[in-house]
Design a protein around this ligand. Sequence first.
Ligand SMILES: Cc1ncc(COP(=O)(O)O)c(C=O)c1O
Length: 382
Amino acid sequence: MSNYKYSTLAVHAGQYPDPLTGAVNVPVYLSSTFELTGIGADRGWDYSRAGNPTRDRLEEALAALEGGSCAYVFASGMAAISALVAMLHTGDHVLCSHNVYAGTVRLFNQIVSHYGIEIEYVDTSDLKAVEAAIRPATKLIHVETPSNPTMVLSDIHAISELAHAHGAEVSVDNTFMSPVLQSPLALGADIVVHSTTKYLNGHSDGIGGAIIGSKPEHKDRFWLVQKAAGGILSPFECFLVLRGIKTMPLRVKQHEENGRAVAEYLATHTKVSRLAYPGLKSHPQYELALKQQKGFGSMLSFDLGSREAAGRFLGALKIFLNAESLGGVESLASHSATTTHAALTAGERAAAGITEGMIRLSIGIEDKEDLIADLEQALAAV
Ligand SMILES: Cc1ncc(COP(=O)(O)O)c(C=O)c1O
């Protein structure tokens, strides 16, 4: 399988005909328990928290798509990030990109830190700052690139080299890029996490998360967390993600084409400032985007100057929906300060560069001319 090109993998990895019936789609095994064949003997499954045939197939597909050796899926992206840090110990130190998804900050600051795990935020786009922050107790560097919603990139390869020289692992939240456009493990990272809610599912009809590991110990570690803590993805949700994955390369191609067109349009608009899209030559890390990404994606953010202007813009949109989340076929616009980053304090938002006038767009797969016309009429209302 691993010799196949990407779109072939997306259709076929983990998604072979059902051995029992020949069904070309992975069946949804809605069974909590499985008949044993004897004492301590089974057909490969005994209880669905520990393993389920539908979930196995999704995990196989995800490991192939990220080039990992194992994958485990969870009930949400946050459950996957919880599982990522579940095996750390009191006294361990974690470095985390300073402008990650606010839900990650909420989890780290309000729950994980209570277990005596120290989380320190650092600007991971600044390699010197990363190196200076590494300590003997640093076990993990958790990177989100591009960052949400400021679209700042971190150099995965360079951070991985630094981390490995100090005995730490690197995890990358690859949600914004999707496995199609960025391969953190190939760049040297150890672990990838995803909110499958986004491009992997792709249709905004399910919540889920995944961890993809690269080492044999990841298999033991994350399988134990999945089984012991129990935050599993249901078989039906697994099926939805499996179905989404088949069209993901096609969808992401269209998302990206539209993303580039919208970014180029917004770059010319006088009411738009601080436009952040890694595919624009004006983006300070355009060269890094070319080097480590296979495309520029379809997420961007910009500033309309004030909360009131942002409100007028969102209220005037006709095709873009005023909703959080991203990576679905429909285009979404959201006010970062009061949605995805509402969990941060005003000070934390300011430090992360999230202003009251900031709008984040997730560009869908509609016709780009319609999307640009919608933005134009909404900007006229600002
Ligand atoms: C980059 C990123 N990581 C993780 C998450 C959390 O995923 P979920 O909402 O599936 O728990 C999100 C949610 O928006 C996200 O944007």
